[in-house]
Write a protein that binds this ligand. Structure first.
Ligand code: SAH
Ligand code: SF4
Length: 378
C-alpha cells in the first residue's frame, strides 16, 4: 500500500489532467469522465461508491489515488442569514468561506490562500502575511463542503426577501432556465482570504473544475475573480480563462494614496492596471467590476468619485462600493452614511452601475476584509 502522501489527490486534477493520469496507468479515456462525475456530481469520497466501475479498477485506484474532503470545523450563522465556514486544512491552518444569501440566491465567497502577501493597509487578512497557497483541491473542496451543508440545512428566506439583487447577478440572464432552490449556490466569488492571482497555478485548474459540465457545472458568468491588480497575472488569466468575470480592487484614485494603502501599486501603478483591465477579454456585454473600499476621511469625497469616474470611463464597468469594515488594530474608520450616499449618487447620476454593499455578516466577522481563519507558521 502506498502511503497517502505519495497518492494523487484526484481533486487537484482537471478533467484533461485526470485523463492523462489514467492514460499513464493504461486506462481508457471515458473512465476519467465517469470518475470526475462521481467526484463532483455525486460527491463520492471513496472509489468503493463508484458502482459503474469494475471492482478491480476501483481497488487499483485506491492504491494510487484518493479523494480529499474538507469538513467545516465551525459554521456561524449571522442575523442576516450569512454563514461563515472555518475549514481545517491538513497542516492545521484554517481558512474561511462566506455564504451570502440574497433573495434566496446564494453567493459563495471562497479563499485562495492562507493569509495574503499583498499587505493592503486596511485588510485584516493582509496583516497575517502569506502562510501558503491553497491547493486546487482545497479551493474546490470549500464549495463542495458548503453544498453539502446547504443540502442538509437549506437557508430559510427572510420575510422581506433582502434588498436588491446580488452584486454578481447578471440581470440580463435571469435564471439560466432552471429553478433556483435556497440550497443552490448561484455565484462563486474568489474574494475570501488571499490574492487569487498570486496563486494562479492552483486557481486556474480549480475554476476549470467549477465550470466543467462534468464537474461542478457553474456557468462561467457566475464565477468572479477579484484581484488587487497583479498586471502580468491578469494577462495570464485573460489568456487561459477568458470567460470568467474580473473584479479589480481599485480603492484609490491617485497613485499617491494607492501606493500608501496598497503596496502592489508601487509595482503596477493605476495607469498600468487600467490598461490591463482594458485589455482583458470580456465576452459579450460583460463589464469589469471595480471594487472601491470607502475609508472614512481618506478616499470618500466627491473629488474621489469624480476621479474614479474619469479613470474607468473608457472601460465597460460597474462599481461596487464597500464601506470599510472596521477591525481591531487598524486605524481606518468607516465612512459616514452621508459620504457613501453622496458618492453613490454622484456615480448613479452619471449612469454608472453602482452597488453599495451593505455590510453583510458583520455580526459574525464575515464581512469583506474581516476574515482571518487560523494561521500557523508563516
Ligand atoms: N485579494 C483580492 C480578493 C480578496 S479581498 C483583492 O484584494 O481583490 C476582497 C475585497 O475586500 C477587496 O476588494 C478588498 O479591497 C476588500 N477589503 C479588504 N479589507 C476590507 C475591509 N476591512 N473593509 C471592506 N472591504 C475590505
Ligand atoms: Fe490581500 Fe486582497 Fe487583503 Fe489586499 S485586500 S491584503 S490583496 S486579501
Amino acid at each position: 500500500m502506498i502511503p497517502s502522501a505519495t497518492k494523487t489527490d484526484l481533486k487537484n486534477l482537471t478533467l484533461p489532467d485526470l485523463e492523462l493520469f489514467l492514460r499513464g496507468k493504461g486506462k481508457e479515456r471515458f473512465r476519467a469522465t465517469q470518475i470526475f462525475k462521481w467526484i463532483y456530481q455525486q460527491d463520492a469520497r471513496t472509489f468503493e461508491e463508484m458502482t459503474n466501475i469494475s471492482k478491480s479498477l476501483r481497488a487499483e485506484l485506491a492504491e494510487i489515488a484518493f479523494i480529499s474532503q474538507l469538513e467545516p470545523e465551525a459554521v456561524e450563522v449571522g442575523s442576516d442569514g450569512t454563514r461563515k465556514y472555518l475549514f481545517n486544512l491538513v497542516d492545521g491552518n484554517g481558512v474561511e468561506a462566506v455564504l451570502i444569501p440574497i433573495e434566496g440566491r446564494n453567493t459563495l465567497c471562497i479563499s485562495s490562500q492562507a493569509g495574503c502577501a499583498m499587505g493592503c493597509e486596511f485588510c485584516l487578512t493582509g496583516t497575517f502575511k502569506l502562510t501558503r497557497n491553497l491547493t486546487t483541491a482545497e479551493i474546490v473542496n470549500q464549495i463542495m463542503a458548503v453544498k453539502r451543508d446547504l443540502a442538509g440545512n437549506p437557508p430559510t428566506l427572510p420575510a422581506d426577501g433582502g434588498e436588491g439583487r446580488g452584486d454578481f447577478d447578471d440581470s440580463d440572464d435571469s435564471d439560466d432556465g432552471h429553478q433556483q432552490s435556497p440550497a443552490d449556490i448561484r455565484n462563486i466569488v474568489l474574494m475570501g482570504m488571499g490574492e487569487p492571482l498570486h496563486n494562479l497555478d492552483n486557481v486556474i485548474p480549480a475554476i476549470k473544475i467549477m465550470i466543467d459540465g462534468n464537474g461542478l457545472q457553474f456557468s462561467n458568468r457566475r464565477v468572479t475573480v477579484s484581484t488587487c491588480g497583479l498586471v502580468p497575472e491578469m494577462e495570464r488569466l485573460g489568456r487561459e480563462l477568458p470567460t470568467v468575470n474580473l473584479a479589480v480592487s481599485l480603492n484609490a484614485t491617485t497613485d499617491e494614496l494607492r501606493d500608501r494603502i496598497m503596496p502592489v501599486n508601487r509595482r503596477y501603478p493605476i495607469r498600468e492596471l487600467l490598461a490591463a483591465c482594458k485589455g482583458f477579454p470580456l465576452p459579450g456585454r460583460r463589464k469589469v467590476t471595480f471594487e472601491y473600499v470607502m475609508l472614512g476621511g481618506v478616499n470618500d469625497t466627491l473629488e474621489d468619485a469624480k476621479r474614479l469616474l474619469r479613470l474607468i470611463s473608457d472601460i465597460p464597468n460597474k462599481v461596487n462600493l464597500i464601506p470599510f469594515n472596521e477591525h481591531e488594530g487598524c486605524g481606518f474608520k468607516a465612512p459616514t452614511r452621508a459620504a457613501v450616499d453622496a458618492f453613490h449618487k454622484y456615480l448613479i447620476d452619471r449612469h454608472v452601475t453602482v452597488i453599495t454593499r451593505d455590510s453583510r455578516g458583520g455580526d459574525i466577522s464575515a464581512a469583506c476584509g474581516q476574515l482571518k481563519g487560523r494561521l500557523k507558521g508563516g
